[in-house]
Design a protein around this ligand. Sequence first.
Ligand code: 9YT
Length: 133
Amino acid sequence: MIVKRLEDLNGGASDVSADNWRSRRLLLKKDGMGFSLHDTQIFPGTETRIWYKHHLEAVYCIEGEGELEDLTTGEKHTLCPGTMYALNENEKHILRTKIGLRMVCVFNPPLNGAEVHDKDGVYPLEDSPAAAG
Ligand code: 9YT
């Protein structure tokens, strides 16, 4: 059994930040679950373009408010606590929030731990040179 506490991740290798977000990664590839599990904060006043072309992601909003734009359809969805979205077709999308968001995110395949988005909003695949470096 694996038991971790969010507060114990603070400031460590599983506490990863980029310009628009902070992700504390509770489960990673090395934990052997077949997915990774993240507690992610999206910072207030941000707009983030994302394309997880190598990963499926499910996102469950637990705090805050924002907007999700599906760039494949042009549809916009309000995000608030209790909203879940799943990028089951690797959809390009934009996350916007004025007040910030807190989300629980699940990635398949799991992240190794230190990934941040590249210029296209992509996470590299785990075994690619970008992921290794
Ligand atoms: C919701 C989302 O995709 N935010 C970007 C960070 C990412 N989910 C992560 O690594 O936790």
